[in-house]
Design a protein around this ligand. Structure first.
Ligand SMILES: NC(=O)c1ccc[n+]([C@@H]2O[C@H](COP(=O)([O-])OP(=O)(O)OC[C@H]3O[C@@H](n4cnc5c(N)ncnc54)[C@H](OP(=O)(O)O)[C@@H]3O)[C@@H](O)[C@H]2O)c1
Length: 247
């Protein structure tokens, strides 16, 4: 990382999740004050237990639902608690129930569940958090590579991620020049605690900490092409790559 995160406050929504936990650990290791946001006190307390010693970083737990319909109320609550911050990371989403058959077999109920849990949730998180970030700060929204490929195992995960990717790229253009910088970070498969606990793991996949390192690069504008909104971290060997919106 070109510049460390000492003295910077970063809001991290979805910190209790597999990717959120690794990202929190990495940002703390780089000295950030991380406000770990989740909807459940017990899950937040469990996160704090697992993280243990935060080194030079500072961990603050905050229970709220950044996806609540009244985004202005969420913004007011977080502003009262933390003021203007240096960065925000959005690491939320749900794989939903199992998709059976083809796209043509998707029920309205499954569609509604996935749009609400991913697309609407990601949109509301942006609407609540972006206004809290300083004009020279940055927002990173984590996305899945399923947004960019055929994804027969979970078509609506792919479709809702693609919709979010579009929103994030458009917002980045709309805020360009007035700030904050807005990034979509498209991820490959991550070695989460949940996967590992059921024996699903592969050393060729990303770790949550590697995701956090890449997020830190974007937050500090240390990544190559940090004026571009869309970045990819698909595997640990290739590392963080940027896709030019002008090509
Ligand atoms: N895991 C991977 O391999 C992978 C790969 C590519 C991209 N990603 C992306 O990384 C992000 C996080 O994935 P993950 O694997 O860490 O997921 P996860 O373990 O399921 O964690 C997601 C967290 O988000 C919160 N959350 C879920 N649905 C929400 C909703 N509707 N409203 C508000 N909060 C909600 C939950 O926290 P609380 O309930 O405690 O609030 C949960 O702990 C997602 O955007 C995903 O698309 C993950």
């Amino acid at each position: 990382m070109n510049e460390d995160l000492h003295g910077r406050t970063v809001l991290l929504a979805g910190a209790t999740g597999g990717v959120g936990e690794g990202t929190t650990r990495s940002l703390l290791a780089h000295g950030a004050r991380v406000v770990a946001i989740g909807r459940d006190e017990e899950r937040l307390a469990g996160l704090a237990d697992r993280l243990g010693d935060t080194g030079t970083g500072e961990l603050v737990l905050h229970r709220t639902d950044v996806t609540a319909a009244d985004s202005s109320a969420v913004t007011r609550e977080l502003r009262a608690a933390f003021g203007t911050v240096d960065g925000a990371v959005i690491s939320i989403g749900t794989p939903g129930g199992r998709t059976r058959g083809s796209v043509l077999d998707i029920t309205d109920a499954h569609w509604a569940e996935m749009v609400e849990g991913n697309q609407t949730a990601g949109f509301r998180a942006l609407r609540a958090l972006v206004p809290l970030v300083a004009p020279d700060g940055a927002v990173v929204s984590l996305l899945g590579a399923s947004a960019e490929i055929p994804f027969p195992g979970n078509p609506l995960m792919g479709a809702t991620n693609a919709a979010l990717r579009s929103l994030v790229q458009t917002l980045a253009v709309q805020l360009s020049g007035s700030g904050p910088r807005v990034y979509g970070l498209v991820l490959g498969v991550v070695r989460t605690r949940a996967r590992q606990s059921v024996g699903i793991d592969d050393p060729r996949w990303l770790t949550g900490e590697q995701v956090g390192d890449a997020v830190g690069e974007l937050l500090t504008a240390g990544a190559p092409g940090s004026d571009e909104p869309l970045h990819h971290l698909i595997d640990p060997v290739t590392g963080l790559t940027v896709r030019s919106s002008r090509s």
